[in-house]
Design a protein around this ligand. Structure first.
Ligand SMILES: [Zn+2]
Length: 437
């Protein structure tokens, strides 16, 4: 009888440990939303995660007999290392981090499984059913994350040629194979002298193209360009349907004007802006867009305090597993910035919270553009379709970027920018990117 009770007790302990790890993990990946959006985590959410880690570690290492130092060290050490691996893509996302973080981020879709051998060793070294529960849960989650994104047959091959190839060769200094190996560019396929890109899609992790574009100085991958175009026109058409005044913003507008309706070669997102007129609120628009995006399979995130909404190409997952997307390295996304009507220095302006380019500041601490430059909006061709743009697009660009004919490698690492300049100059001199009159 007592043996039976004890086995029930052990099962309960195991299940509680599994549940504690799962909740702690979800809280942690939820927290990663902040670094991957260039923000610091909030105190309540950091404390919640820290509290859950403490509870999990205590549950494993404290029993009626007191504290088990070996169980404490193993559990805390295991969770610390695994969470470091899980966080690497999000930490590496905003700012070039240390080589070890970059290495882990490059292998983020399966690096968690490297902890399998230490997990087995730990389970033998410290015979505790609670520890086994934590290790089992952790490895099961890592295996599920790996399997969800693994199959490569979902990736379509895109030939790489022209300007994309010359930039790639310039950055690789001719050694494409060595360059791909050095930086973990799994998408690059070299076959019989031809170069292909294993494209991303809804079923795969997005190409980590912030890394490829901003750090390695490559062109945006053809798959990502395709998805950005789809996302851009999808959101613009929803805004049109809702009767919301919107326009193409920043670097995308620059591409439309300067690069004849194309994306800038190293573009890393889509930017649209809207102005809230009477009767339309941020919340109403966010709710309307959230419904469309859920239906059509786009992920939507609202940053109300900052005054923007981001819509990403990857499909929304069921709560709470939607937080796991913070493990992705980069994403294909559209940022929707909100403007409001305002009067600055006795002039009607459209004002926003976050600075864009050299946009002048207003008395209220925001940033504003003269209203007549933007409204009523006009249209411009962009990525194969017409889209709303400011009334005076060139004036708008001049306000943001000054002399916008001059190529500026915004966000691209200085050394990478230097390497690619000859390839960009060559293409500009030929027919593809004619200098504007
Ligand atoms: Zn891609």
């Amino acid at each position: 009888m007592s043996a039976e009770v004890s086995s029930v007790d052990l099962t309960i302990s195991f299940v509680i440990a599994v549940a504690l790890y799962a909740v702690t993990y979800l809280s942690f990946v939820r927290l990663l939303r902040y670094p991957r959006n260039w923000r610091s985590p909030t105190l309540p959410m950091s404390l919640t995660t820290a509290g859950l880690v403490t509870i999990t570690v205590s549950y494993v290492s404290v029993s009626r007999d007191g504290l088990d130092p070996a169980a404490l060290a193993v559990t805390a050490g295991f969770i610390a290392v695994l969470f470091g691996i899980i966080a690497a893509p999000a930490i590496d996302f905003p700012s070039g981090a240390r080589p070890v973080v970059e290495f882990l981020a490059n292998h983020g879709d399966y690096a968690g499984l490297w902890m399998l051998a230490p997990a087995i060793a730990a389970a033998y070294a410290v015979p505790s059913v609670k520890l086994q529960g934590v290790l089992t849960a952790a490895m099961a989650i890592e295996l599920a994350w790996f399997l969800r994104h693994r199959p490569n047959d979902r990736r379509r091959l895109y030939p790489i040629g022209g300007h994309d190839l010359s930039v790639l060769k310039a950055q690789a200094k001719g050694d494409l194979e060595g360059f791909a190996r050095q930086h973990g560019i799994h998408e690059l396929v070299l076959s019989d002298g031809a170069v292909y890109w294993r494209g991303c899609g809804k079923e795969t992790l997005p190409c980590p193209f912030n890394f490829y574009v901003n750090r390695l100085g490559l062109n945006t991958a053809p798959c990502c360009r395709e998805h950005m175009a789809e996302l851009c026109h999808y959101v613009a058409s929803r805004l049109r349907d809702m009767g919301v005044v919107h326009w193409l913003e920043g670097g995308n507008l620059l591409g439309a004007v300067r690069e004849n309706g194309r994306l800038i070669a190293w573009e890393d997102d889509i930017d649209l802006s809207v102005v809230l007129d009477s009767g339309k609120t941020f919340n109403a628009l966010a709710t309307g867009l959230a419904e469309c995006c859920a239906r059509e399979g786009y992920y939507l995130d609202v940053f109300k305090n900052k005054g923007f909404i981001s819509i990403s190409y990857d499909p929304p997952q069921v709560w709470p597993f939607c937080w796991e997307r913070n493990r992705m390295r980069g994403e294909i996304r559209l940022d929707l910035a909100f403007y409001r009507h305002f009067v600055s220095n006795d002039r009607p302006v459209l004002e926003r919270n976050i600075r864009k380019g050299a946009m002048p500041s207003t008395e209220s601490g925001g940033y504003g553009v003269p209203r007549e430059i933007v409204l009523p909006t006009s249209t411009i061709e962009f990525l194969g379709d017409n889209i709303a743009c400011p009334n005076q697009p060139e004036e708008y660009l001049r306000l943001l970027y000054g002399d916008f004919d001059e190529v500026v490698y915004t966000y691209v690492d200085a050394a990478a920018a230097k390497n690619r300049r000859p390839a960009d100059t060559a293409v500009k001199r030929s027919h593809s990117l004619p200098a504007r009159q």
